[in-house]
Design a protein around this ligand. Sequence first.
Ligand SMILES: [Zn+2]
Length: 311
Amino acid sequence: MIVVPGVGELPVVSIDSGIPGPVAVLTANLHGDECTGVAVVHRLRHLLPELIRCGVVHLYPSLNPGGLREGCRGVPGDDHDPNRLFPGDANGSMAERLVAAIWQDLLARKPELLIDLHTDAVRAVPYAILDRVCRGLGRRGLDARCQELAAASGLTVLREYPRPRYLRYNLDRSLPGALVNGPGIPAVTLEVGPRRAVDPVAVETALRAALGVLSLAGVVSAPAPAHPSRVSGGPWRRESGPRSSQAGVLEVLVEPGRLFPAGELLARVRSLDGRTIQELSAAEPGFVVAIPDRCWVPASSAIATLAVRDV
Ligand SMILES: [Zn+2]
């Protein structure tokens, strides 16, 4: 249990095989409205005592219980995104104090790998995302290890935005980003399922993916088969889709996970009475990763999250 004065209490469930081996950590629900991972941790709590072969797995069902209760992304009463604040500040805002307490607890366990569970959108392919290793020791080996772990999920693997934007967006201060760029601990984020609700299919997908990653580490033996949605090839990276210049009703024309060529019409923006006011096409080949959970798009908002080749 982590106690953060004025913020809340975070349970930690440890499954110890009693046999020497890797220390693995699985975290969920840092974004309070992303709850697939809570259900995955609950499943693992009951499955792992049977499945574990060696080592220890520390399960954090919710890194943001206040956000879970309120159904909001951040820490209630704090505007910061907690997943851009690591390693936190024990004397800072509520979110910074929460993050500092999580960071301290995690590092004290000396993990050899971390899986952070998140969710994206109702219409999205499930995917594993890899941070950019920008600094720290053993960078080359660390990047390769993170790639192996992500591939073992059986999901589509994406790299984060190119390095300048990765740093500008403070993604090196996400939980996995801070681990790979600080103490050099391998980490992977799994983005599975919609926000705000627990989808049993997504839970099963994320559970198999997490077990696949733990299998590569040798903690269990339950390798994940390739998920039917997996887009191979690449390497792929996350990219924002084209931005609408007009506000209106969004109609995305390409299903998530289907490869498209440069120039393909991706989306239309319509006026409320149904006229086409803008058409948006692909600047380069790729596929749609996720479509926003909204019908009305404001001007200058991206019409989708895309994957493009990481060259
Ligand atoms: Zn998230």
